[in-house]
Design a protein around this ligand. Sequence first.
Ligand SMILES: *Cc1c(COP(=O)(O)O)cnc(C)c1O
Length: 410
Amino acid sequence: MSDRQSFERLDAEDSLASVRDLFVVPDKVIYLDGNSLGALPRATPERVRALIEDEWGVSLIRSWNAHGWIQYPRKLGDKIASLVGARPGEVVAADSTSVNLFKLLAAALKLRPGRNVIVSEKENFPTDLYIAQGLTEMLGTHELRMVTRDELIESIDDDVAVVSLTHVDFRTGELHDMRELTRRAHESGALILWDLSHSAGALPVDLEDAQADFAVGCGYKYLNGGPGAPAYLYAAERHHDAMQPPLSGWMGHVAPFAFDTDYRPAPGIERQLCGTPSVMAMAALEVGLDILLDVDMDVVRKKSQRMGDAFIELVGEQCAGLGLSIACPTDSAARGSQVSFSHEAGYSIMQALVARGVIGDFRAPDVLRFGLTPLYLRHVDIWDAVAILKDVLVTESYLRPEFQKRQLVT
Ligand SMILES: *Cc1c(COP(=O)(O)O)cnc(C)c1O
């Protein structure tokens, strides 16, 4: 049995403890949803104000050159590259994760003529599946093969052009073996695309070591870029010259300001760009990235694993017999930076928790999901969150009518 003091001691020894001060964490809130929307860095409002008032307001259009606005996709891409084990020039910040999936899947299919299948997992994040469905529907020549996790390896046959997977399962937190699956895909002549939305900024990722072909990910989760932050995409350098962008916009042109009539793709990763970057959002994302570049991802990972193990252990001790079942791997090495539990009244329980300041989220059909963000979470927060969870379950406060009504965003 542990006690609250032992959690306080862990915080006192935590080398990441001071990083919390770089974030705005509201009073009386235990934020366990940084995997959906990362917290606000303290420096972001001033940076965005300066961009709007001092750059846009004063320098106007000169800012594209004078303040380097035009360089943002590459500059932030290079910063993200160092978080995911890519080289400078292999990543750009651009568009949304969904749009980047479309761009890379379409380009991947072109690189594997004669193969007509995209393999993905039934449990993949919905937009990853929807984008593949829309693309195959549009092409009329390819199909999406959706399989269970267990069927993955056997489903990668000679017809497969690209395997599209999310590294950390968004419901269960289960972690794929990136290296092994990439090897299997390559063994059968297929390419692989990794969605890092729940990995980058939460755990060490090494795309180069895994020999991954493509990757995408989100800017507003563990990267703390703010709601709707630009996403990013990665393409291994060996593919750059052969990639044909399906969204052949002017920002991916070799000379956007030559205003040619014909599209000619830029060399390198720049050809994966489409239209004008969202500059204000880029400025906010950069603040989040700069915090991450200053911390050791191995230390972040260890703290996340320790917090996850503690959460699971405390729920086992304190909430036994209250209807929760564990819905994530108990082995922290097999788990991303979240813990999940299922309960038939999961939605109402999460509503009751949020009303008590414990903010996690609910993922249909019955999953209570708690994201662990070591940059601004303390060990005592885990202790307190489980104590409140127990109280909500024991008192059945979640049965109250106000916790039954479904909101648009869960
Ligand atoms: C959050 C998330 C997305 C989000 O895509 P958007 O285009 O930003 O809405 C995509 N894929 C995964 C795996 C995610 O977790």
